[in-house]
Design a protein around this ligand. Structure first.
Ligand code: UDP
Ligand code: MN
Length: 390
């Protein structure tokens, strides 16, 4: 065929495909993006960290049959735990792979999730008020089904996780709920909270920590377990400990951790929207990861209703921290109705002895058996067995 003749459609298509492959190759070879990977090395001994995480990262990137250069920075480190950030320089086409959370569990050595963030997107604004509504209605009926909610909140990522798509948030928030036999409350809570937290433009994940069996309930211990298990999943900067039955009435009540522990449920409807006493720290509270560790978490010694929140209030004071609060007009909550539990008769005695145990009763003597951990779309579910010492 003479060269000026029109080429056959098949050849044309072939040339186009080759041109596209070459362009893709060029883009990947000669341009680069940066992605940060955050690793939490909980459970690894300090000497071991260096050796194990170097190979770990290589393994991760080898999935692509290539290695890429990275800069490693220690974000924070304590006796047993460090957070590293690796900034990896890579072709743009890898960004979506690094951001794909399905990649992470396949890293066999990882004790934690590795989250990728694309540094090419800008930081989210500090002021999110443009996105808020202020007072919001509390919906009690009809109670939605799981399927309902999963359909409505299809923007969630497994484990009840969301983060803004077009901007980066520096702080990660874990919402921890102590739970047993409050199925309806859980559905109403999720229905209310996911859109609420999304409007606040948070990078958050909801953990439901359920106590197995019917023995005495231990709210504080479940929250300690939530803290530990959450940090096995990812790095979090901020923890919100949340009763399942308290629904915030105003989305200006930000679910973040300020530089002092914050008592969030200041004005509850059934308490006539008044603070019952100044030291109260029950219901909903926000404590930074760093402070929670300093406080040695909650006491594990309060079985049955009451006392554990006042013990935490004492721990905060003992460590020269102070309780901060939003005004009554904003930190408003509705409590869903439930049968009132009988207060535990021993709570005052345990509370009185509290101070002697601050440094040996809490995160550092926590014992439990993890029965189940599941990343549902609406929340990360953690089922545990805990036993009251006889
Ligand atoms: N809780 C639960 N099941 C129970 C008892 C308590 O899930 O059988 C959890 C739930 O998150 C609840 C919180 O512990 O909101 C506090 O318990 P409750 O609501 O009974 O306390 P009160 O409202 O009387 O302070
Ligand atoms: Mn309640």
């Amino acid at each position: 065929m003479p060269p000026w003749c029109p080429i056959s459609p098949y050849k044309g298509l072939l040339i186009l495909v080759i041109a596209f492959v070459l362009l893709e190759y060029f883009m990947n070879t000669f341009t680069s993006s940066k992605t940060s990977l955050y690793l939490n090395t909980t459970k690894l001994l300090s000497d071991d960290k260096e050796n194990r995480y170097g190979p770990l990262l290589k393994t991760l990137l080898f999935k692509n049959n290539k290695t890429y250069s990275y800069n490693k920075t220690i974000l924070s480190t304590t006796k047993n735990e460090s957070y590293f950030s690796y900034v990896v320089t890579h072709p743009p086409s890898l960004a979506s792979k690094l951001n794909n959370s399905s990649l992470t569990p396949s890293v066999s050595e990882a004790t934690s999730t590795i989250e990728a963030q694309n540094e090419s997107i800008p930081l989210c604004p500090d002021d999110v008020s443009f996105n808020l509504k202020g007072r919001i209605p509390i919906i009690r009926t009809p109670v939605p089904t799981v399927q309902d909610l999963e359909k409505r909140f299809n923007w969630l990522q497994p484990g009840g996780h969301w983060q803004p798509e077009n901007c980066r948030v520096l702080s990660k928030v874990a919402i921890v709920i102590p739970f047993r036999c409050r199925g309806e409350h859980l559905l109403l809570f999720l229905q209310h909270m996911h859109p609420f937290l999304k409007r606040q433009q948070l990078d958050y994940r909801i953990f439901v920590v359920e106590q197995d069996g019917e023995k005495s309930f231990n709210r504080a211990m479940l929250m300690n377990i939530g803290y530990k298990e959450a940090l096995n999943v990812n790095h979090f900067d901020c923890f919100i400990f949340h009763d399942i039955d308290l629904l915030p009435e105003d989305d200006r009540n930000l679910y973040t951790c300020p530089n002092q522990p914050r008592h969030m449920s200041v004005a509850v409807d059934i308490l006539k929207y008044k603070l019952p006493y100044p030291e109260i720290f029950g219901g909903v509270s926000a404590i930074s990861t760093e402070h929670f560790k300093l406080l040695n978490g909650f006491s594990n010694s309060f079985w049955g209703w009451g006392g554990e929140d006042d013990d935490m209030s004492n721990r905060i004071r003992y460590h020269h921290l102070h309780i901060s609060r939003y005004p009554l007009t904003i930190a408003r909550y509705t409590m869903l109705t439930h049968k009132k539990d009988k207060p535990s008769p021993s709570r005052y005695d345990v509370l009185k002895q509290g101070q002697q145990r601050f440094d040996k009763d809490g995160l550092n003597n926590l014992q439990y058996k993890l029965i189940h951990k599941k990343f549902n779309l609406l929340y990360t579910w953690i089922l545990v067995e805990i036993n009251q010492p006889s």
